[in-house]
Design a protein around this ligand. Structure first.
Ligand code: ZN
Length: 154
């Protein structure tokens, strides 16, 4: 979809972003109805050679921090679908780790090790993953729900 020659791009209001609406809006002139584009449409238009794994996709879940370092996976309806429980850290603190949720790499003290009960296992099986210590930043960096869907699948 070609952009109109006179189009102006402006950031959507912050409140619209927090409700999951597109981040950008294009108006052809003042007074015209606002036409919005998703993050993916903008990447497709401006950077068509972007590899598929780097293109933003619609996400169904978000991460929320909870008490005692727990991380909740919340769906769009606001239901907590999964609780990730922190595991005490161990190992060489000078090592760098990669977040399984967003791919961010950082020092061990900026990361946490979490575990999630495999659904239907009645607490006998757990999955472990490395994640960013700050769930809000991690959620902002995540490009898709692939890892979360694997955890929910069991
Ligand atoms: Zn992360």
């Amino acid at each position: 979809m070609p952009w109109p020659a006179t189009a102006r791009v402006r950031a959507a209001p912050r409140s619209a972003v927090s409700r999951g609406k597109p981040r950008w809006a294009v108006t052809e002139s003042p007074g015209d109805p606002v036409r919005t584009y998703s993050d993916r449409e903008i990447v497709d238009e401006l950077f068509p050679a972007t590899p598929e794994h780097l293109r933003p996709r619609q996400r169904r879940f978000r991460l929320e921090g909870a008490a005692e370092g727990r991380v909740l996976v919340v769906d769009r309806a606001g239901n907590a679908r999964l609780c990730l429980v922190p595991v005490p850290p161990s190992g060489d603190p000078s090592h760098r780790l990669c977040c399984d949720l967003c791919g961010h790499t950082a020092a061990r003290f900026e990361m946490t090790l979490l575990r999630s009960e495999v659904p239907g296992s009645a607490g006998r099986r757990w999955r472990y993953l490395t994640a960013c210590l700050d769930p809000r930043s991690c959620d902002a960096r995540r490009r898709n729900d692939d890892v979360v869907e694997q955890l929910l699948a069991g």
